[in-house]
Design a protein around this ligand. Structure first.
Ligand code: XBP
Ligand code: MG
Length: 265
């Protein structure tokens, strides 16, 4: 029986990547005078690496092999100081990201608040399972939702391995003392879907401009967003598509009744 909904954050609750994380990374790079500026398109490539610290390491090793950490000689990729350097940069980036979220500039995606509110009214429990930092996740939930709605906020380095590893989802299930069969996950990306599926979670995907062409095999439903009564969504695929498209009154937005329906075998 369905007991809880578990939401990814970046790309699922809000389109935080292009105008949030990407801008924050670039501001941190500018502070350090690195001359790095991740374009919208290039960032889409880098997003294939979950985790901001991991993404910066990937960027340096793959795209900046001659980069030397200021004050050091020799390639940064071989430097014992690379972890420290990345950690410092990531802290600066997170501060900029928190400023952007605090400004309210990044809105929730369609249907997120509506579905969460309806799920709570129906007695479902809510949780977060995200790769970003807890501070980042919490800031968005505080700004645009209600932090008290979420029983667990599982984020970032709380687990040893990031998505597509299932660790963040299994951690969330453990904290909630729930079985995967009692929960439904919401994701936006291929790595996120892989993580949820590896944790045996039924998963609904809402794509975004960065993830729309990724592989979502195994998702129960693939939508362009969750929809609102005055802003219909499109069904893009998923094993349970017919359950949603067949519902009386059309499939213009995902309701908590749809969620129960999708969940029922
Ligand atoms: C998406 C991520 C995160 C963000 C950047 O997380 O991969 O790394 O891109 O945030 P989600 P950090 O699981 O919510 O989709 O720099 O804090 O990692
Ligand atoms: Mg995501």
């Amino acid at each position: 029986m369905l007991k809880a909904l578990i939401f990814d954050v970046d790309g699922t609750l809000a389109d935080t990547e292009q105008q949030g994380h990407r801008v924050a990374f670039n501001r941190a790079f500018a502070d350090e005078g690195l001359g790095w500026d991740w374009s919208v398109d290039f960032y889409g490539e880098l997003l294939k690496v979950p985790g901001g610290k991991e993404r910066m390491r990937h960027f340096i090793t793959q795209y900046k092999p001659d980069f030397q950490i200021p004050g050091e000689t020799g390639p940064a990729a071989d430097s014992p100081g690379l972890d420290e350097f990345i950690k410092k940069l990531h802290k600066q980036k997170t501060n900029y990201y928190l400023e952007i979220i605090a400004s309210g500039a990044i809105e929730l995606r369609p249907g997120v608040e509506r579905l969460m509110q309806a799920a709570r009214d129906a007695g479902l429990r809510l949780a977060i399972a995200t790769t970003t930092t807890k501070a980042n996740a919490t800031s968005l939930l505080e700004k645009k939702l209600d932090l008290g709605w979420f029983e667990v906020i599982a984020a970032g380095d709380i687990v040893p391995k990031k998505k597509p590893d299932p660790a963040i989802y299994t951690y969330t299930l453990e904290k909630m003392a729930l079985n995967p069969s009692e929960c439904l996950a919401f994701e936006d990306s291929h790595p996120g879907l892989l993580a949820a599926l590896a944790a045996d979670l039924t998963t609904i995907v809402t794509v975004n401009q960065y993830t729309q062409n990724q592989d979502f095999t195994g998702a129960s439903l693939i939508l362009d967003h969750l929809g609102e009564p005055d802003h219909g969504c499109q069904v893009l695929g998923g094993a349970a598509t017919e359950k949603f498209t067949a519902k009386p009154g059309g499939n213009d937005y995902l309701t908590v009744e749809d969620v129960y329906q999708l969940f029922a075998d």
